[in-house]
Write a protein that binds this ligand. Structure first.
Ligand SMILES: Cc1cc2nc3c(=O)[nH]c(=O)nc-3n(C[C@H](O)[C@H](O)[C@H](O)COP(=O)(O)OP(=O)(O)OC[C@H]3O[C@@H](n4cnc5c(N)ncnc54)[C@H](O)[C@@H]3O)c2cc1C
Length: 463
């Protein structure tokens, strides 16, 4: 009999924590997990899932517009925010229950409590003020929207957490940030009829994505009526007449809206967790430092998911959890593989991407052939919608391997999942060329770009 209450104690019932707890319990290990807020974590409760439901809701306005081109008269439409939020909340509650009961059905114990470390084997459960011990501890406490405490009037702003629960849809919103969360919410609010402005300190939204897509999306969003102010930041927020808010910016702009939202990155949840009691080392942004196997500097304490600030995505947290169980409970040391992770931005149009951007590939590999197509997808022709799709393959010259694939256009996220297999499988461009097109689709463009659009040699574009 082990000297500890549990073989594994997981702190945090989000994507990574729940997966690790459920799979380890399924192996017959004595497992407990503590969640202080709601099982399912960021992704299910206030991230990917509710966000995608809001994205779907926001797409109807364009679909109603486009219907006329296909002969439909839609008539007068109206939108009710409380109905959307209530329906969304019902679905989230259903998923939350599945996450919790999944652990319990596998034989694990789920505590609804905040948990903190007392020492390297002891955890304090704040609800009930009890202590338990475990042989292995996994910290999967995720992150939260970074506050901007230095911003005068920051207490008047909202974050993505609040955006899912607003009592009413704002008439106008200003969103600060240029990452995918800021961009997605700008598109959501705009699609729901909100006068939307994005303000971002950088030169272009979505840093680290392929420049073509960044520019293409920027232009598409502006064409729809979303205002994008680059090279500027909030300098202060104050109340103004009629319950509205006024943002003064560093460049002297004055922006009035009824909501000001900050989407300025995320901070790992490591404060007051008792990590110092166990001697767990932290990185520069309060992230937990781990080795290739998600092990901290304390050999029985592991950490994974957003709290380790590697790639902050749900499938990554889940993959790290599976590798953790394989390593610790199956005796098969397995490193998470974080190369060529496909991902999407659920903007309108969508971005789907995998592998190296043209800029990163040019720096890393030097010699590239770029295959690029920009076209109006067939669906947009009858409605007269000008929006164009961009598809791009970044191919290493010499090996002919496709090292990056990038799409801006409808269903780009769905396509990125399949392109992810091709890039992960290190397929060469001639395999794409030999693949029969599916016609008529937008995706057929990916296998019919036979000639390079231009070449890059020694990191420079030549023709
Ligand atoms: C608005 C938004 C949209 C997103 N969209 C996408 C997307 O489209 N695709 C995608 O892949 N990713 C998306 N993400 C990112 C994704 O949600 C995260 O990468 C993922 O949830 C990380 O999982 P995790 O297990 O590391 O942490 P989390 O899911 O954050 O779970 C951590 C859990 O730990 C709990 N906790 C914290 N401290 C304690 C404690 N001391 N005791 C007990 N419990 C504690 C928290 O309450 C939380 O439930 C989005 C995130 C946001 C904010």
């Amino acid at each position: 009999m082990s000297q500890y209450d549990y073989d594994l104690f997981v702190i945090g019932g989000g994507s990574g924590g729940v997966r690790a707890a459920r799979v380890a319990a399924g192996l017959g290990k004595r497992v407990a997990i503590a969640e202080e807020y709601r099982f399912g974590g960021t992704c299910v409760i206030r991230g990917c899932v509710p966000k995608k439901l809001l994205v779907y809701a926001s797409q109807f306005s364009e679909q109603f517009e486009d219907a006329a081109g296909y002969g439909w008269s839609v008539g007068e439409t109206s939108f009710d925010w409380p109905t959307l939020i209530a329906n969304k909340d019902r679905e989230i509650a259903r998923l939350e229950n599945i996450y919790r009961s999944g652990v319990e059905k596998a034989g694990g114990t789920a505590f609804h409590s905040r948990a903190e470390l007392v020492d390297r084997h002891t955890i304090r459960l704040l609800s009930g003020a009890r202590k338990v011990t475990a042989g292995t501890i996994l910290v999967a406490t995720g992150g939260r929207p970074s506050p901007h405490m230095a911003l005068p009037g920051h207490e008047l702003t909202i974050t993505s957490n609040d955006a899912f629960h607003l009592d009413e849809l704002p008439k106008a919103i200003v969103i600060a940030g240029g990452g995918y969360i800021a961009v997605e919410f700008a598109n959501i609010f705009h699609g729901l009829g909100v006068d939307t402005t994005l303000i971002y300190r950088g030169a272009e939204i979505l840093s680290r994505f392929d420049n073509d897509l960044r520019r293409g999306l920027h232009e598409a969003m502006e064409r729809k009526g979303i205002k994008i102010l680059c090279h500027d930041v909030f300098a202060g927020i104050e109340k103004c007449g009629d319950g509205g808010l006024l943002a003064r910016t560093a460049k002297g702009r004055e922006l009035v809206a009824d909501q000001m939202m900050l989407a300025l990155g995320r901070t790992p949840n490591t404060e007051s967790l008792g990590l110092e009691n166990a001697g767990v080392a932290l990185g520069p942004v309060g992230d937990i430092l781990v080795d290739d196997y998600s092990r901290t500097n304390v050999d029985n304490i592991f950490a994974l998911g957003d709290v380790t600030n590697r790639l902050q995505l749900t499938p990554v947290a889940i993959h790290e959890a599976m590798c953790f169980v394989e390593t610790v409970f199956k005796g098969n040391p397995t490193k998470p593989d974080l190369d060529d992770v496909p991902t999407a931005v659920f903007s309108q149009p969508e971005i789907g991407t995998v592998g190296l951007s043209e800029e990163a590939a040019a720096k890393k590999l030097g010699d590239l052939d770029i295959y690029r197509a920009a076209f109006r997808p067939m669906r947009n022709i009858l409605p007269g919608r000008e929006e164009r799709t961009i598809m791009k393959l970044v191919v290493e010259a010499g090996s002919n391997r496709v090292v990056g694939a990038h799409i801006l256009g409808p269903d780009a996220g769905e396509m990125a999942q399949l392109l992810g297999i091709a890039v992960k499988g290190r397929l060469t461009k001639d395999v794409f060329d030999r693949t029969m097109a599916v016609h008529p689709t937008a995706a057929e463009e990916l296998v019919t770009m036979y000639q390079p659009s231009y070449r890059i040699r020694g990191g420079e574009r030549v023709a």
